[in-house]
Design a protein. Structure first.
Length: 277
């Protein structure tokens, strides 16, 4: 992972504000104006906290600094949406052009939701990017600065972890066309490749090994390959106190690249191993 602040669309003045952040407060109107303008770029999708460059996740440290500074320069404010009252420093998004947001869906200002996104009752945090055609299903959470690709399905109860500190840390990335099964948790720099299917209840962090069940080879740490079916598992490891199972992710099968997912067939693969989508 490398940093792209030198080419960031976020103004350089954010770096200057960051250096004197201890002095800032909601009373600093000029700093507040500059930070709001920077976070507005994230809100409109004109800036991103991270992107893929030559196949690698590249974080924009300046964008993350802008989000953190927003908590420093924005004061607490009360707001109301219907019968729901809020008391927070970060307001809700005010524009949802082309987005279907059902009652109970919450998206904070500074997150970007592309046209065609569907939000069931769920939560999308500041700095997140959700691309066209993605669905954030019931009770799913998209954490700060997480990057969700086109036509991704985050099934019910999925937790996509957020990352803000330290600025420049790798956020969770779910690439185009991936399907994340119910109650899965992707955190701390986890990455799911294009078209991959992750079975229900899978836990993946940047340090959890991903293993091919056909060969026993450890493919990566924290990265599910593109176009495969993967599930949560354990592997045995010897310790002075005995043999214990540590979490891992198992790649069960490779999928034909570019082919649309057949959910019935996928469920068949997963149920052979006692897992569902």
């Amino acid at each position: 992972m490398s940093d792209v602040s030198t080419s960031s669309p976020i103004p350089r003045v954010v770096d200057e504000l960051w250096e004197r952040r201890a002095e800032l407060s909601p009373a600093d109107a000029e700093a507040r104006h500059l930070v709001v303008g920077a976070v507005d770029l994230l809100d409109r999708g004109e800036a991103r906290a991270a992107r893929l460059v030559d196949g690698e996740v590249v974080a924009d440290e300046r964008a993350m600094r802008a989000v953190l500074l927003a908590f420093q320069v924005l004061g607490m404010a009360r707001s109301q949406v219907g019968d729901f009252h809020h008391n927070d420093r970060i307001p809700l998004k005010s524009t949802l052009d082309g987005v279907r947001a059902v009652p109970g869906a919450i998206a904070r200002w500074g997150s970007y939701l592309a046209p065609g996104v569907v939000l069931m009752p769920s939560f999308t945090n500041i700095g997140a990017y959700v691309d066209e055609g993605a669905m954030v299903d019931t009770w799913a959470t998209v954490g700060s600065c997480a990057q969700i690709g086109r036509n991704v399905h985050l099934s019910g109860g999925v937790g996509i972890g957020g990352v803000l500190e330290p600025p420049g840390a790798v956020p969770v990335v779910v690439e185009d066309g991936a399907l994340i099964g119910s109650r899965s948790m992707l955190v701390e720099g986890a990455r799911v490749g294009e078209g991959a299917v992750v079975g229900a209840g899978t836990i993946l962090s940047g340090s959890i090994p991903v293993i091919d069940v056909e060969t026993g080879e450890e493919l990566s740490r924290g990265r599910v390959p593109a176009w495969c079916v993967a599930v949560g598992g354990t592997r045995q490891k010897e310790f002075p106190g005995g043999t214990f199972g540590l979490p891992c992710v198992l790649v069960l099968r490779r999928l034909e690249p570019g082919r649309r997912h057949d959910k019935a067939a996928l469920n068949g693969v997963l149920r052979e191993h006692g897992v569902d989508i």
